[in-house]
Design a protein. Sequence first.
Length: 138
Amino acid sequence: MVVAVPRPSPEAGQRIGAVAERSGLPVKTIRFYSDEGLIVPIGRSQGRYRLYGEEVYAELLLIRTLKAMEIPLADGRRILEARRSGVCTCTDLKATIAAKVGEIQHKLSALQELRTELTGLLQNWEECGGQKRNDLPR
């Protein structure tokens, strides 16, 4: 026995162009996220266009945040899948964020050391006695 599964009507979801416009992301990016399993369409229109529900905007915001934290796509996919399933991954996500904060602190310290070193170089700079650009032959 074959059971026909009704397709969602266009009113049940938004096409990728509408999602792109509202989110400010290019259609190509949204399609990539969908192909990678980061976001999941709720269905397809009769014209075979992907349809997305309202939750896609919260997911895109989370993807942007994870991307800004330089979280790998595979980890982002795992976080989004767990979020969709309702399985709490708060501990995992908290540990990931804490590790990222540590990385950022390390980078900040390294940048501050570099700034101090470069500032010292500038303060102790001695003119090298070379020609000025205006004086160079053309």
